[in-house]
Ligand binder design. Structure first.
Ligand code: ZN
Ligand code: ZN
Length: 262
């Protein structure tokens, strides 16, 4: 599997760095050019021809930083719909998406436009804990512990799989599944705030470096390659410094534009 990082932060921000400014974008990961995991970033990172190749979008939850690419993707595709893009998540997330976003108030209902017979988007509900085929990948949604109903995903192709945590605070089931998955090659795990903002992490149900280290240990595989995402841009350097103290063997704090082969 090839994972392309379109956006990997907990917010949008232009950051000053040693090598010039760097654009941080919200979470969107493109697998094998056709399946997105979360939709925080799409149109601002992909050419139109690339956007047209997307067939499925896995949504972890409804928070804006994970869906903000959907309205503009719909707008970019609406005059040339061949087959609908399939939005895939739990029933609750999909119902809420229709009720709160594509409701003809916040944005036009692209589940019915340009025509109800051939809309830009179509919804597909997956059952938590059950593996399903999504665009040639085997995908299992697993509920995690966040402010709103949220799932992470175990995503497998052939003999390789990786875990995507979604936004989460301390949780159990997803780590248990990861610990027992023989094909697991990597984990993408959120870390949002530095340790000193522990209270904010608890209130918003996110991880800090110390909480991440405790959660990662639950997988029981210290050598597993782990990719950190959902860092709030203003704390990026501090979070990197705090993560480095744990001496985790294969830890990468993700950057936009990275490509990872799993
Ligand atoms: Zn969230
Ligand atoms: Zn988020």
């Amino acid at each position: 599997m090839k994972v392309r990082v379109l956006g990997c932060h907990g917010s949008d921000q232009l950051l000053d760095g040693d090598r010039g400014p760097r654009q941080c974008r919200t979470c969107g990961f493109l697998i094998n050019e056709t399946v997105m995991v979360d939709a925080g970033t799409i149109g601002s990172a992909l050419r139109l021809t690339e956007q047209k190749r997307i067939r499925h979008i896995l949504l972890s939850h409804l928070h804006f930083d994970h869906i903000q690419g959907l309205p503009t993707l719909a707008d970019n595709l609406v005059d040339d719909v061949v087959n609908p893009v399939v939005l895939t998540s739990t029933t609750q997330v999909l119902n809420d998406l229709q009720f709160h976003i594509f409701n003809d108030k916040v944005y036009p209902d692209f589940l019915k436009l340009p025509t109800p017979q051939q809309p830009v988007f179509q919804c597909r509900a997956l059952e938590a804990g059950k593996e399903s085929d999504v665009g040639g990948l085997r995908v299992t949604p697993i509920p995690v512990n966040h402010l709103v109903p949220t799932v992470g995903f175990l995503i497998r192709e052939g003999a390789s799989s990786f875990l995507y945590s979604g936004d989460t605070y301390e949780t159990h089931e997803i780590w248990r599944v990861a610990a027992h998955e023989p094909t697991l090659k990597a984990a993408f795990i959120e870390t949002s705030f530095p340790d000193e903002l522990n209270d904010l992490a608890l209130a918003s149900k996110h991880l800090t470096p110390s909480l991440f280290a405790r959660e990662f240990r639950k997988i029981g595989r210290p050598d597993l390659p782990v990719y950190i995402y959902h860092v709030k841009p203003r704390f990026r350097e501090e979070i990197k410094r705090q993560l480095s103290k744990f001496g985790i063997a294969h830890l990468t704090v993700l950057e936009e534009g990275q490509e990872i082969t799993i």
